[in-house]
Ligand binder design. Sequence first.
Ligand code: HOZ
Length: 426
Amino acid sequence: MTQSERLFERACRVIPGGVNSPVRAFGSVGETPRFIQSAEGAYMTDADGIRYLDFVGSWGPMILGHNAPVVREAVIKACERGLSYGAATEYEVEIAELICSSVPNIEMIRMVNSGTEAVMSAIRAARGYTGRDKIVKFMGCYHGHSDALLVQAGSGVMTAGVPDSAGVPAGCTKDTLSAVYNDLDSVRKLFEEFPQEIAAVIVEPAAANMGVVPPEEGFLPGLRQLCTRYGAVLIFDEVITGFRLGFTGAQGYYGVDADLVTYGKIIGSGMPVGAYGGKKEILSMVAPAGPVYQAGTLSGNPVAMQAGLAQLTYLKDHPQIYTELNEKGNWFFEELKKTAEASKLECQVNHTGSLGSIFFTKVPVKDYASAKTSDTELFASWFRFMLNRQYYFAPSQFEAIFLSAAHTKEELQRVLEDGKEFFESV
Ligand code: HOZ
């Protein structure tokens, strides 16, 4: 029995399903979760001392690689000054100024503790601002686990096949309307049916929770136009794409303006942070400036802020990181695609920037329905084959492969060669 197996057995007795978040359970790929002891650069080491080349990167924020010295040193210094004050600090002002001065349309920003909380609060602000109740979300997009957004959602609920979740009262989702990703007509129809009732459209500008599904040409500009025409707030959920596709996130990468943007862990360099920002007229609705209530003792936590400031400042000062990372992503995923296409398996490789996914289906994947055609058994075989070769991919078909600045081309070449062996073996 391995140490991870032993730990999992113990965990299952005291933690639901043995894990603190379902997507790390390895259930859908028929494996035991690896219990991680340390991480450095592009690698994580588990409780059995096995070192994996990691493609999860704490679900995105480790864009510089694990334990980046610039962040670690900032955190150590921060800890020496105390862990939490529940009071205002200069670091919060600095990080807000950095983001507002660099990212388009972010005129004000509020820190929270997770992406879930950021989205929940942004929706409330949009509703308070418009005086409307309904929201539009896209099937297969995931915006955290708050009640109103667990409607045909992606990520762990899609993996588990319970996209609407038990325990969510019908009343909480009655104002959540679902549209089809990459299908503007489906959104137009909802606006025609409820022209004065839709407060916001929320979208992952590049979907990354039904696997990676990039926006098709015209989709994001079309959403912008519809929201402007009908007076609804356009919310980009950039928990995954923010500060990853580029310093200006998906807004800059795709050249489309949002009214509100939500962020997650990348703002805290992997510490528990989220944020929502956007137009001043909307953010001015938030308490104590306005009547939309939202609060939190740990919001703007000084250690998390200093970690985030260190990483974001470094990224801003080294813009070539994004150029190199996106080039590396394009090369790697295109090579993976060639390998997949040369095999007898029917596969699709989707990618944008440093994010990508492999789907085992003959259908091009552009939305929830096509993502669901992927053969998840085959995905599980791929996952296990690669895990045996010490590659740690997300243990679900419906999550992204994350590259970081720490992955070298030589390491990625090795992945491609091992991947080729998988394709030849099935
Ligand atoms: N689902 C998120 C990543 N796509 C975060 C991981 C989690 O839920 O634990």
